[in-house]
Design a protein around this ligand. Structure first.
Ligand code: NDP
Length: 410
């Protein structure tokens, strides 16, 4: 049915590639391209052994529009799945426009030199994608992604008016390392050390990082301290559902994780500006002053999220707690998925956080190739019909559950 190009060969891309290979009737041709081609080749070999899939590979620097244009012109994919880093969103979108390819990602654009993310940079491409007759699907992981689709599904089937939305993300897994992040450490630490932000009565309210927190109960897990964070899907959801009076995002963290994070920040290792560092020259003739970004250095010494899977136990639980009106009466609704780290590892070799992101990315690309989510322009996932996507979540390893008229605790 279609030719897909996956850019990136990290944790999320690995899961998405497994899922693509499990659906050969939809993804008839596959290429994986990334900065380090060896990782793409290793992954292609695994897919070939496991599913018999023939996967092409390539090396590409996705920061370079000319390199991307050359690759896309040569391979001519129907859709590009951008599973590299948020820094590459704009270059990949630009290359898609220049070569007539459709686009999908899982995280919104972030400039390298500023820990700040918002959709405006990508929404600025709307007219160009629309005029070119190309579809760009933004934020198609779990959060953003499934949480936005859960919200769209709730609005379509269970409410006349959405009023209060709380997205709750719990990772109750244990990887048995002193400190590790569940996805790219640089992106993760930039995200959670920012100030908190939520939407209330028509405006954003800023908080200090991790200032607001409370224990919430998660299904099959129990109570976990949950912290209010700024998260990108809130930005599009409050626009697409203007009746929302308050929208917040909560994520759980253990005390040990927060203590490490404090230390990392206090000693300057979360800095994203360059510092000078005296490093030995390669030829052994003394030292040279080099520039390094502390957070990038930290990433190099932290455990690779891709390697956490083997001893990871427990599960994630991510969902939406919604209050609003139905038939003139107040109604509450909780929709969620729980995902086992071990089950994710057994299927794909990756832990649950990569799994919960890679599976929806594949389903989004499937929706496009099947012609169900084909709409020229740049769109957040809640702008498409949620029903066929929700059906696939149940089939592709992320089953969801609904609770009606329960205490939302929020
Ligand atoms: P990883 O760091 O594991 O993988 C990133 C991959 O991108 C690596 O293979 C890396 O190559 C490649 N890459 C980085 N820079 C370039 C470049 N300039 N050119 C080509 N390839 C490049 O990250 P994850 O898999 O954990 O995360 C992938 C994406 O998913 C991120 O954008 C992250 O923010 C997003 N995400 C979204 C979630 C959601 O629910 N929506 C949740 C979790 C993650 P190399 O191997 O050479 O370093």
């Amino acid at each position: 049915m279609g030719r897909v190009l996956i850019i990136g060969a990290g944790g999320v891309a690995t899961v998405a590639a497994h899922k693509v290979a499990q659906n050969p009737q939809v993804f008839t041709e596959v290429m994986i391209a990334s900065r380090t081609e060896k990782k793409c080749i290793d992954l292609a070999n695994v897919l070939n052994q496991k599913y018999g899939t023939q996967v092409r590979t390539a090396r590409v620097d996705a920061d370079s529009v000319p390199e991307l244009v050359a690759l896309l012109s040569d391979y001519r994919p129907d859709i590009v799945m951008n599973l590299a880093l948020p820094y590459q969103d704009l270059t990949i979108m630009e290359a898609c426009l220049q070569t007539g390819c459709n686009y999908l990602d899982t995280a919104n654009y972030e400039p390298k030199d500023e820990a700040h993310f918002e959709y405006s940079w990508q929404w600025a491409y709307r007219e160009r994608f629309e005029k070119a007759g190309l579809t760009a699907i933004l934020g198609c992981g779990f959060d953003p992604g499934v949480t936005s689709i859960f919200t769209a599904y709730a609005a379509k089937h269970h409410f006349d008016e959405l009023q209060y939305l709380d997205i709750v993300d719990c990772n109750a897994g244990n990887h048995h390392k002193a400190f590790a992040t569940n996805f790219n450490p640089e992106i993760n630490i930039r995200e959670i050390t920012q100030k908190g932000l939520y939407w209330e009565n028509g405006r954003y309210i800023e908080t200090e990082p991790m200032e607001i927190h409370q224990p919430l109960n998660y299904p099959e897990i129990g109570p976990r301290e949950s912290y209010l964070l700024h998260h990108e899907e809130i930005e599009s959801l409050v626009i697409n559902y203007p009746t929302i009076k308050r929208a917040r995002f909560w994520m759980t963290f253990g005390q040990q994780y927060l203590t490490y994070l404090d230390v990392i920040q206090n000693i300057g290792m979360a800095r994203i500006d360059e510092v000078e560092y005296k490093a030995p020259k390669a030829d052994g003739s003394g030292d040279a002053l080099v520039k390094i970004v502390p957070l990038q250095f930290l990433k190099a010494v932290l455990p690779n999220p891709q390697d956490l899977g083997q001893n990871y136990d427990g599960q994630t639980s991510i969902g939406c707690r919604i209050r609003g009106l139905r038939d003139g009466k107040e109604h509450t609704y909780y929709i969620y998925n729980n995902c086992s780290h071990q089950a994710a590892y057994e299927e794909t070799g990756m832990q649950g956080v990569s799994y919960t992101t890679g599976v929806p990315a594949m389903i989004g690309a499937m929706m496009f190739l099947q012609g169900i989510w084909k709409k020229p322009g740049v769109h957040n996932v809640e702008e498409f019909d949620p029903d066929p996507f929700m059906e696939q979540l149940n089939k592709q390893g992320l089953p969801w559950h609904e609770l009606h008229d329960v205490d939302l605790e929020l």
